[in-house]
Design a protein around this ligand. Structure first.
Ligand code: SF4
Length: 214
């Protein structure tokens, strides 16, 4: 897996700047250690989707209300529920450096954030190819907590996907995921041939797209 150093620096607040040698050296160290410590796991399932009036969404296995997500899912007939994690080994590393070397812990956090996003992108790209072979097109992933898509829906997604049993993702009472570098998301499936960017609408040049999330 190729982790974008630029993305790690962006998480660190460097914007488009290159960062100095010391920081770049620590980024390389962190990526090396994370690659060794991570246990990449993901699970996904597909369900029929019904969009109802006033932003009500019926995912078959649970319902919610979100105007932002309804817009993104317009013209979709199915939905993929998705969860991915880097595993507990990454939390052990984060904890270790929080105690030993705070500067490295901060960089480890940024590198791990870039790594889970890259892992999700890679798995979503595989799903995209698989579905396109059947004449179906995926919207970018949309996670609970984004816009008006309730964070509480993490409970539904983790329960439906049996993430605790299948990939080891659990939720605390305050809706934090353990392992901490985990993602839950949904992706619409449509017959309309919109070739969405796996990295999401923010990376997509189609600024007038009717489904664009905002
Ligand atoms: S803006 Fe681009 S990525 Fe977003 S829904 Fe439209 S085509 Fe897909």
């Amino acid at each position: 897996m190729e982790i974008s150093r630029k993305e790690v620096r962006r998480y660190l607040g460097y914007g488009i700047q290159d960062g100095d040698d010391a920081v770049n050296g620590l980024i390389e160290e962190c990526i090396k250690e994370l690659t060794k410590g991570a246990t990449f796991k993901y699970v996904s399932r597909t369900y029929p989707l019904k969009l109802l009036p006033d932003g009500e969404i019926d995912f078959t296995v649970f319902q919610t209300r979100s105007l932002n997500l309804s817009k993104n899912l317009a013209d979709c007939s199915q939905v993929i529920l998705f969860a991915a994690t880097l595993g507990t080994g990454v939390d052990v590393l984060l904890h270790k450096y929080t105690k030993l070397q705070m500067s490295k812990a901060v960089i480890m956090q940024a590198a791990a954030a870039a790594m889970i996003e890259e892992f999700c992108d890679e798995e979503n790209q595989k799903l995209k190819v698989e579905f396109e072979a059947q004449g179906l097109y995926l919207r970018p992933r949309f996670s609970p907590g984004y816009g008006d898509f309730a964070l509480e829906c993490q409970r539904n997604i983790t329960a439906v996907l049996e993430t605790s049993k299948r990939v080891g993702i659990m939720l605390t009472d305050s809706l934090l995921m353990t392992p901490s570098k985990s993602v839950t998301a949904i992706m619409g499936v449509s017959e309309k041939p919109y070739r969405c960017e796996v990295k999401g609408c923010e990376s997509c040049g189609k600024t007038d797209c009717a489904y664009r999330r905002n």
